[in-house]
Ligand binder design. Structure first.
Ligand SMILES: [Zn+2]
Ligand SMILES: [Zn+2]
Length: 337
């Protein structure tokens, strides 16, 4: 089978991914073998490829990709999953089940987790294997390419919305900083719940247009001040310099949620900007419950994803476009057949 292989981390312009013909993987006990139809690309893939994540956890050669849509080729005996069934494989590949976090409904914080497309091979390939307990059933209403971005961009955005801890979404004022794959899905859930959404994004043309189309109350540049104080904001852009700016735009008791796995350093800011019980918190991974709840709400809210597709062979080019904010909505790699 063909797969995009990473042998060592390099900047994406050096084309670190190499399309290679390798052995098809064999599913271990309790795992499924999946024939991949499409795999979304995510900023985390870029962080994986460029070496921004914990060095010790890489296992080369590595196949990235963690928003995988495909059909089951083989399933463990006794599994509810059926051959031919369409499923999704997300970033959270496996958890230990025994640590204090797994035991208390916080498996996203597991002490010894595995991640698709980083510590285990992912979906930039024609086939992959995944633990049967960690794959999602998918709604039939969305096509392979439309549903792929829900599997990380969507789920992470959903967890970010949860961490905003808004008791009442109707009329709430929500800020979104960075308007790529995650932002364009999160705004639809927030609008569905009745919130007013203020979008700050650096690509005024491409991203601003989409934000307006998806019902943003106001759209401005990254460092522009929204016209009202915000109840909560989510930062999807990996730029630490946004944090003090976004903090200043928050109302008293506001929540600032950081959605990325990696961010550049956060500059110093005066204490008064976080005073009045404002909170900054990061979001790490997701639980399977987040994933299932999100997929249900996404189907109910009739979420529409905007995608740009690339052939598997163009994975380097797709990630380069992502790096330069040149994708409107979400990028998705599609397999030949
Ligand atoms: Zn655990
Ligand atoms: Zn991701």
């Amino acid at each position: 089978m063909y797969a995009q292989i990473l042998h060592e981390c390099k900047t994406i312009t050096e084309k670190p991914l190499v399309l290679t013909d390798i052995e098809r993987p064999v599913a271990a006990a309790k795992a499924v073998l999946i024939k991949v139809h499409a795999c979304g690309i995510c900023r985390t893939d870029l962080h994986v490829v460029e070496g921004e994540l914990d060095v010790a956890r890489y296992k080369f050669p590595l196949v990235p990709g963690h928003q995988v849509v495909g059909t089951i080729e083989s399933a463990p005996v006794g599994s509810e999953l059926k051959i031919g069934q369409r499923v999704g494989v997300p970033w959270l590949n496996a958890t230990c089940g025994g640590c204090r976090f797994c035991q208390s409904g916080r498996e996203n914080l597991c002490d010894s987790p595995e991640f698709t497309g980083w510590t285990r091979n992912g979906g930039f390939a024609e086939y992959l294997t995944a633990p049967a307990d960690f794959v999602y059933e998918l709604p039939a209403s969305l096509s392979d390419t439309e549903v792929a971005p829900l599997l990380c961009a969507g789920i992470i955005g959903y967890r970010c919305l949860r961490q905003c801890e808004l008791d009442n979404w109707a009329g709430a004022k929500l800020g979104i900083y960075g308007f790529g794959a995650a932002g364009h899905i999160a705004i639809q859930i927030a609008r569905y719940r009745g919130a007013d959404v203020y979008v700050c994004t650096r690509d005024r043309k491409r991203h601003q247009e989409l934000a307006e189309q998806l019902g943003a109350k106001w759209v401005g540049d990254t460092f522009e001040n929204p016209p009202v104080k915000l109840d909560a904001s989510i930062v999807f852009a990996p730029a630490g310099e946004i944090v003090p700016v976004a903090l200043k735009a928050l109302d008293r008791d506001g929540r600032l949620v950081l959605g990325g796995i990696h961010m550049s350093a956060i500059p110093e800011f005066p204490y008064r900007d976080i005073y009045w019980e404002r909170v900054i918190r990061s979001v790490a991974n997701n639980t399977r419950q987040d994933g299932r709840e999100f997929i249900t709400e996404a189907a109910r809210a009739n979420i529409q994803t905007h995608t740009e597709t690339f052939p598997l062979a163009d994975a380097n080019e797709a990630l380069t476009a992502l790096k330069h904010d040149a994708i409107k909505g979400a990028g998705v790699l599609v397999m030949d057949s």
